[in-house]
Design a protein around this ligand. Sequence first.
Ligand SMILES: [Zn+2]
Length: 191
Amino acid sequence: MRCPYCGSPDTQVKDSRPTEDNTAIRRRRICPDCGGRFTTFERVQLRELVVLKRSGKRVPFDRDKLTRSVEVALRKRAVDPERVERLVSGIVRQLESQGDTDITSETIGELVMEGLKQIDDVAYVRFASVYRNFREAKDFENALAELSHEGDGKPATPARTIRVRARPAKDDTARASDGKALPRAGAEGGE
Ligand SMILES: [Zn+2]
């Protein structure tokens, strides 16, 4: 297993044991060249999943890529790597238990958001901002409001701790000029 820090081709296994739920083997590794330490997991792969991208391209599902995007969202947040591993495993199992081996990138994105919402508010908003392509501060406020409605008793993370990178709006046709969302087609209420 190649060292993720320096690229050295042979790293050594220091410790090897099953995860809590016995579905994987967790290996602690050390790099003889840079001293870097990292963890790998060995597990059963039940089905070959294919991701259908928005562009229409089909690519093999890559668990490591999913793990990396979750880790990016969780960067510098104090979350146990085993918890991250459980989140990813849970997502993969949900994907595997769907009837179809073709899954859309939207489905994966929504599952990641659901999972992160349970683990870490900041990571959830970070991931959502990229995934949903937030463009204005209002988008962050809406995401935070979603969190506070989940009712775990904790207040949502204050917006000021999250770096807002508002991008110029390219397409505001979905909003009326007064800023209110347009009514959805077919939403005929009783009023
Ligand atoms: Zn190394």
